[in-house]
Design a protein around this ligand. Structure first.
Ligand code: GTQ
Length: 347
């Protein structure tokens, strides 16, 4: 490979003349933007323990009332990007949100897409585009781009959920903004029941929603059942994994980030090949290790970690008697749409 010239090779009056004209020589920086063989990600393997963050989140509940927060969230920031960037990866934002009994997070809508993975507590709900979605542990609730959403809580214990947004990308594109609005009128409840079984959808066509996001809540009880069913027939060593999709189109449930649930059978190890998208793994249930070439984490229930793209991941269920269940978010819909998606063989 060529040994490229550096900035120091250039006379300083020449460099100053370039700067005055808003010009930059490419060759000293070429390898930084086009590294050989594979990218050099800023995204590092990173891990957040729920046990460690929970008391800090509860403290936020005492220190900061909802009127001062709008959304009471501690952001899970990847140190590789710098904490102030509030990024888990290039395109993924993660936050743990707390809502206390009786509290209300006012209606707004924004350009970034969001989903919530419910971590703890009963009695909260989020209203999305007029549909009241109950929040129960392990449920996935979508708040896609442009849809009004607000959160309320009729229960008696704190409710916590994991927010996943494509905010870093939408912000980078200079397309991120929010609008505030009045409380929504609830027009429907429990739409997800119409899409209960993956093989059938409401018919005939003209009574179907024809909305871009027909299903907003994916109840964990249903997904867990489906994983247990799939585990019966899936050969050992093959992933027991279900994608959260749009049940009417069959494609990813959102445009930019992809979501799935993965089960490790008791004692099972699974190798996920190196792929271009970065991913976030959140353990819904069980105990598992997550290992890449650079790091190894042990996840307990409600723990979360992030792995950069282009690195293989080894998962290992640490229990020989109980399954482990992961919620996974990744950048694969984005990579596919951009023609950047890659799966690598063994590195
Ligand atoms: O609940 O609407 O973590 O707007 C960040 C931005 C949550 C929300 C976040 C948001 C929300």
């Amino acid at each position: 490979m060529l040994q490229l010239g550096t900035l120091d090779d250039l006379p300083s009056d020449y460099r100053d003349a370039l700067t005055r004209q808003h010009l930059v020589p490419l060759w000293p920086s070429l390898r930084k933007v086009l590294p050989p063989g594979k990218p050099i990600p800023q995204t590092r393997p990173a891990y957040w323990s729920y046990e460690a963050l929970r008391p800090l989140l509860m403290q936020a509940g005492e220190l900061t009332p909802m009127e001062k927060a709008e959304r009471r969230v501690l952001v899970l920031a990847n140190p590789g990007h710098g904490l102030e960037k509030m990024q888990a990866s290039a395109a993924i934002y993660l936050g743990m949100q707390l809502l206390l009994p009786g509290e209300w997070a006012p209606a707004h809508r924004h350009t970034p897409n969001a989903v919530r993975m419910i971590v703890e507590g009963e009695g909260a709900y989020t209203t999305v585009d007029g549909e009241k979605c109950l929040m129960q542990r392990g449920d996935l609730i979508l708040t896609p781009t442009g849809l009004w959403h607000e959160h309320g809580h009729d229960g008696s214990e704190p409710v916590v959920w994991l927010d996943v947004l494509d905010l870093p990308l939408v912000h980078y594109l200079e397309t991120s903004y929010v609008q505030e609005g009045p409380p929504q009128k609830v027009s429907q409840q429990g739409q997800e029941r119409a899409y209960r079984s993956g093989g059938v959808v409401p018919a005939p066509l003209f009574v179907r929603s024809r909305q871009p996001y027909p299903m907003l809540r994916y109840p964990w009880s249903e997904v867990r059942q489906s994983l247990l069913g799939l585990a019966q027939s899936q050969p050992a060593g093959e992933a027991v994994q279900l994608a959260y999709i749009n049940p009417e189109s069959g494609s990813d449930c959102q445009n930019i980030l992809g979501y799935s649930a993965l089960m490790l059978r008791p004692g099972e190890s699974l190798r996920l090949p190196a792929r271009s998208p970065a991913a976030v793994l959140h353990l819904i249930e069980g105990s598992s290790s997550v290992e890449t070439a650079q790091a190894q984490f042990t996840l307990a229930e409600a723990d979360t970690c992030c792995v950069p793209g282009y690195s293989a991941v080894q998962l290992r269920n640490r229990s020989t008697s109980q399954p482990a269940f992961f919620f996974i978010a990744d950048e694969s819909p984005l990579h596919r749409k951009l023609g950047l998606y890659e799966v690598r063989g063994e590195d």
